[in-house]
Design a protein around this ligand. Sequence first.
Ligand SMILES: Cc1cc2nc3c(=O)[nH]c(=O)nc-3n(C[C@H](O)[C@H](O)[C@H](O)COP(=O)(O)OP(=O)(O)OC[C@H]3O[C@@H](n4cnc5c(N)ncnc54)[C@H](O)[C@@H]3O)c2cc1C
Length: 385
Amino acid sequence: MSFQRYQAVVVGAGLVGAAAALALARQGLRVALIERATPRPPGEDWDTRIYALTPANQRWLAGLGAWSRLDAARVQPVFRMDVAGDAGGSLRLDAYAAGAAQLAFIFENSRLQQALWDTLADQGEVALHCPADIAVMARDGLDTHITLTDGQVLAAQLVVAADGAHSRVRDWAGIASATWAYEQSGVVANFDCARSHRGTAYQWFMGGEVLAFLPLPGTRMSMVWSTSPAHAETLTACNPAELAERVREAGRDKLGELASLTPAAAYPLRLMRVESLDAPGVALVGDAGHGVHPLAGQGVNLGLGDAQALAAVLAEFRRAHPGDPRVLAQYARLRAEPIARMQAVTHGLHHLFADARAGWLRNAGMSLVDRLAPLKTVLVRAAMS
Ligand SMILES: Cc1cc2nc3c(=O)[nH]c(=O)nc-3n(C[C@H](O)[C@H](O)[C@H](O)COP(=O)(O)OP(=O)(O)OC[C@H]3O[C@@H](n4cnc5c(N)ncnc54)[C@H](O)[C@@H]3O)c2cc1C
């Protein structure tokens, strides 16, 4: 049985865990990363799991050396965002008008995952255990002992839970979570479009439903449709031509005729709140620590924000034990506000648009904001940070 000591053991090597492990190792910490499943290398086809990354997170990933490994031909900058209400209200956010180069970068989940893993492998600073699963976790003084199913024991001063929405580490640490189902599914699919999107992201609030078209390189786009589970089932059962026609119609023919590039996939939408982002020797990051409605496309941005904040706090408390309660409390304090704000905004917007009685208010409000240039600049800058 081997026994290894680490200052930080990150559990889960999705985008957030892999980025967190890289960032902590960069600061000179001795880091291990445990991942249950070896990721499938990306193929030529486009992922349906597409993210819009804020420029702030893009700069951070560039600093870690991962961003430059992405094929630039598969990354799309977003220059404008057109949001339409369900009764004539509209809002356009424009990077150029706000003095910015772009609002966001659209990329594929599997490619950034691969880029992060390649960076980890090249730098060789992080001890990667994959495929590996946890058999037992136990506290030992200030440390946590993690026994893997192959018998290796990792002693961690800090365990970073990046193991997703159903986090086992969170449960083990006794951190309670509350989940609220939106009774909606997110339906995702990619299309080729007859008309150019010119780097514009479109979003329509349609009663309780939200439809978004995210631009992909060339004439492709990625659709995210938050809709009822029954409608999601209908969409996922459609043949490619039917699906393309339904999406074209719902998107008011904005990008002309559509051709399906992928089948539609659906996933349930949930709000998840945790009672705390930390416990003795444990910090939660990414989906382990929060779940948000995807209407603002911010799930992954929030998670990368957690990883950045954790790295910054550990750098600030360089001389302390990484699992020191004061260090972890500082991390939890830093993240409380951005997470609560994003959950409130997405939850509030969902309800505002799901409530038939609020139609006039939300559409008038949207058009009013559209006419107030300074406020729009503030909104654009907030969306990018
Ligand atoms: C279909 C879909 C579409 C989405 N679209 C968007 C979008 O458009 N925009 C957006 O911002 N967000 C989107 N999200 C949310 C986004 O994917 C998440 O917010 C983000 O991926 C969270 O990353 P994470 O690294 O925290 O968790 P995950 O990506 O869930 O990664 C967790 C990792 O931990 C590993 N793991 C789990 N348990 C263990 C264990 N016991 N031991 C070892 N490893 C373990 C898993 O194998 C996995 O690799 C979408 C989610 C889904 C499912």
